[in-house]
Design a protein around this ligand. Structure first.
Ligand code: PMP
Length: 363
């Protein structure tokens, strides 16, 4: 008989279900995946070229200090490369923060409709996740400050938030950073920051305070979700701590090369951001005309709200029969909503047409 058990908290973790990319009975070429907030235009051609050029050096370990990628990110964003850390997706940065700063007896705050990995990483570290209510699907700074206490170690805010698409402004973020207890680190998750016009993802706040960290990803606007690259910008002391915890070769060589080329291709990034804004408006307006409103999204998806949870579920099933995969967000406390990624123009038209057919058929 064995008595092998995981650490307390681990079995409280609900499995994270990554989006499917196939549908039974639907030919692969008919499947339209709009469930993971991927860039419908793919990565910059320069990133693909840089990735392919790595084929001859696959037997080599990658750089362990990510120097070239950190330099490129620093140049493009005007940041100090010594305060940047790279990881296998921003998921890894989130996980490293929890491992390093939260343990049994500590609390990790996240918002009501916040990204699932905050809770998962907190539990994996043995800490206690604390969910704070939002106000009408928008982060509520006062509620977070009221929930913070002597056990709070980390506060995670995605800005813009996934799956709501909403965001809070610079003054609210500064108020939060200034109001937290001195032993709590504020983490601003900027996975969707590039989709917002004139937003630095919280970088200036990281510069101005010693209790703020920003996380970013190459999975969204840069179209490199398959390669798993993310990064964080933090006070030097935090970077030092995270570098001690992470694996030495946590980002692969092809991923580093592709990410560097992607971040340097500013024109491509700007074009993707502009197209996203245009198509996001088309999607949101098209759905609203069908009686399916959404909050103003600042990201590359819209949270479409149906009159009832039953209708959201029925529309999801309808879309799947049409070959369209969107994200049900009942697990995020939003059973009446579907999160729909902004695709290319043909994809946006196809979704609107399918929702129109659904509404007409069920009216
Ligand atoms: N933060 C938010 C808010 C996200 O939506 C996601 C991806 N769904 C991530 C972080 C993680 O992204 P990645 O690990 O691919 O960088």
């Amino acid at each position: 008989m064995t008595d092998i058990r995981p650490q307390p908290g681990i079995l409280d973790i609900a499995l994270y279900e990554g989006g499917e990319s196939a549908l039974p009975g639907v030919p692969p070429e008919r499947v339209l995946k709009l469930s993971s907030n991927e860039n419908p235009f793919g990565p910059s051609p320069k990133a693909i070229e840089a990735y392919q050029a790595c084929a001859s050096s696959l037997h080599r370990y990658p750089s362990s200090d990510h120097r070239a990628l950190r330099a490129a990110i620093g140049e493009v964003h005007g940041l100090d490369p010594d305060r940047i850390i790279c990881g296998a997706g921003s998921d890894e940065i989130i996980s490293l923060l929890c491992q390093a700063y939260a343990g049994p007896g500590d609390e990790v705050i996240h918002t009501e409709h916040g990204f699932a990995m905050y809770r998962i990483s907190a539990l994996a570290a043995g800490a206690t996740p604390v969910e704070v209510r939002e106000r009408e699907r928008v982060t509520d700074v006062e509620a977070i400050l009221a929930a913070a206490n002597e056990r709070t170690r980390l506060v995670f805010i995605a800005n813009p938030n996934n799956p709501t698409g909403t965001m809070i402004g610079g003054n609210a973020l500064a108020r939060l950073a200034d109001g937290l207890p001195e032993h709590a680190l504020l983490v601003l998750d900027g996975a969707y920051a590039e989709f917002v016009e004139d937003y630095d993802g919280g970088a200036a706040l990281v510069e101005a305070r010693d209790n703020v960290v920003m996380t970013r990803t190459f999975s969204k606007i840069y179209g490199l979700g398959g390669l798993r690259v993310g990064w964080g910008y933090a006070p030097r002391a935090v970077i030092d701590v995270l570098n001690r915890v992470r694996g030495p070769f946590n980002v692969s060589g092809p991923a580093l090369a592709a990410a560097e080329a992607a971040v340097r291709d500013r024109d491509y990034t700007a074009r993707c951001a502009a197209e996203n804004r245009r198509l996001r408006a088309m999607l949101a307006e098209g759905l609203a005309r069908l009686g399916v409103p959404s909050d103003t999204s600042q990201a590359n998806f819209v949270l479409a709200r149906f009159p009832s949870a039953a209708e959201a579920e029925a529309c999801d099933a309808w879309l799947r029969r049409e070959g369209i995969i969107v994200r049900r967000v009942a697990g995020y406390g939003l059973p009446e909503a579907l999160r729909i990624t902004v695709g290319d123009e043909e994809a946006v038209r196809r979704v609107i047409a399918a929702v129109r057919d659904f509404r007409e058929a069920t009216a």
